[in-house]
Design a protein around this ligand. Sequence first.
Ligand code: FNR
Length: 344
Amino acid sequence: MNSQHAQRKNEHISLAEKFHKENSMADFDKIRFIHQSLPEISVKDVSMQTKLGNISLPCPFYIEAMTGGSKLAGELNEKLARIANKCNLAIASGSESIAIKDASTVQSFANLRKFNPNGIIIANMGASHSVNNAKKAIEIINADAIEIHVNTVQEIVMPEGNRNFKWLDNIKNIVEAVNIPVIVKEVGFGMDKSTIQQLKNIGVEYINISGRGGTNFVQIENFRREHKELNYLDSWGQSTVESLLEAYQYRNDLNIIASGGIKNALDIVKCIALGAKAVGVAGPILHSVLKNGETDTIEMIQEWQQGIVKIMTILGCTSLSDLRNKKLILSTDMLNYIHQRNIE
Ligand code: FNR
């Protein structure tokens, strides 16, 4: 294994854990539901099933892209895959670009399929990769979908990072060449409606707005070196709630996915009410596995799954489409955001 790459992957894991915060900054506290005392349904009437294209997910949240490419990352992927399998959750791989350059790292990714043979698994690659590399990434884990990550802010704060961000043609080629869902995904800086429109124009149907408020790659990349670049960008981007407001007008035409700063079942329910079809969780699951281990993480996820059903019950929603029709009350901050951004 290329030791520099492996070290970077290990540092991402340890630094995401170092900066993990229990409180989300993703603005979920700025939206709330109205309580009604007579929902007139029973817990057993509630289904939290969702669909991403032809892929049915029994549960609307999944383990979001994190790792692979080092011994530690391979062990972590093994644990995450077992957790996904046990909890019936989809799981996304960390960026597989290392596996394209260094064949000795392939197994650290393939563990996702080995320990979760029948689950829904999502491949992951950067947006500068060729169609062939995207196909290889899919093949390595026999993926059901692929995420193409767009991470300009993360790259620009890294001295050795990418400086060419002409990605649209490349993404279009991948969308046209691959016959499974292609999800274009941010990495925690959020999206705006013009980005979503640009992606829609080239045929993208699945977009993960991955907003600000959870794992922060300006903080993580800068901590890795003495000379900090653009440290002041550590609050750059749209929060997850702001990004979902940006995406709101597209919720029926595109499959909008949320991630970034999700801390509990209520945050997930709020994402769905704001139009998301599914919700990715990275940092909190990593934190739980590292701090409390596999068994406690399975328990935490099962509690979240029960929590979603319980919250849907008190809201009187038997399905996620019922939930999408629930009105939310927004704080003045969020109303101001909507006003300035001309969001309908
Ligand atoms: C990530 N994330 C990420 N995303 C991606 O598309 N490819 C990747 O390789 C990685 N690597 C990665 C490593 C680690 C350790 C973490 C914690 C995260 C970003 C991740 O998928 C997600 O978009 C953000 O972390 C925001 O979600 P959370 O962490 O706030 O739930």
